[in-house]
Design a protein around this ligand. Sequence first.
Ligand SMILES: [Fe+2]
Length: 355
Amino acid sequence: MITAYSPTGTTTAGLPAAPAPPDSSIFGRVHLGYIVIETRKFSDWERFGRDAIGLHVDTPTGDVLRFRLDDHKTRFLLRRGPAEDVMAIGWQIDDHESFDGVLARVIAHGVPLVELRPEEAQLRGVERAVRFPGPNGLVQELFTRAHTTTEPLVAVASGGFVTGESGLGHVAVVTKNPHQMRGYYSTVFDARLSDYIDETISGARMKIRFMRVNERHHSIAIANMRDAPLNPVRTRVQHLNIQVTELDDMMQAYQRTKELGFGITMSMGQHTNDKELSFYARTPSGFEWETGWNPIVIDENAWEPTTHQGISIWGHRPEVDKFVNAFTRVREAVGNLGHHEDPVAALSGPGIADD
Ligand SMILES: [Fe+2]
């Protein structure tokens, strides 16, 4: 285990020295960079990613599938394995000073860091990266430089995707420990609260916190059931989100996804808080995938967190068989009753209470 990390790029085991934590916030210098998924369903994922959603697909080896959204060589890395889940999320940090600053925070809280082997960094399309534990088993990885390519995207979604400053999209999680999870992302990345949504789904009251680390309204959404410490979702994420540039690409992806037989978990609709138009589909691994268009961009000088009632202004209705949906939810909730969530307490502190 590596307990200290040198900012010069070499890992050192057992050394007590660590760079001083940064005084200044790294807000705005953090961007969701890539997602690592483990699955055995490569052919289903290839159909889902390329033929339904409209992504560029690369298959460097038989055990790896990669999706591109832009000039980054990897935005989604799919590895062969049994989990059927998201295993890690990679954050791009703008500069080495901020990168070292985040490492210093992690080390100062006594949480172990590991540098990825060069071949692992290569698969992720980055020069080098480190990883450390994240809440609910979602490993956090950091990098500064992505390998890029000038090869044009070969994607059905011909208008391309919104990434850049906003990062690749967002990740939504359900947790039994929402206050600690909010504390974690605030401690590590200086994440800010954008707003809350209160929603009731099948009689269960949910609260969702939307956290941003840059101009994107949220890069992480943290949901919990208000009346019971339950997590009905088997996977580490409830859904992933990407943003298309053109409305037409979202509507055509919706139609293709339906025609190819992937379950539409929520039809097209518009969210109350970030105003994004989107639809949700069930991925081959079971978690959901939101394809969206035109969310608002936050102006830091004119933003006040509020609470919205309900997730949608209109639409977002389930289209897959409702009985199967309810049955699946109950089965997963029962299956998850004994599931232990590690909140990574060293980095979440007492948490940030909000209800
Ligand atoms: Fe979302």
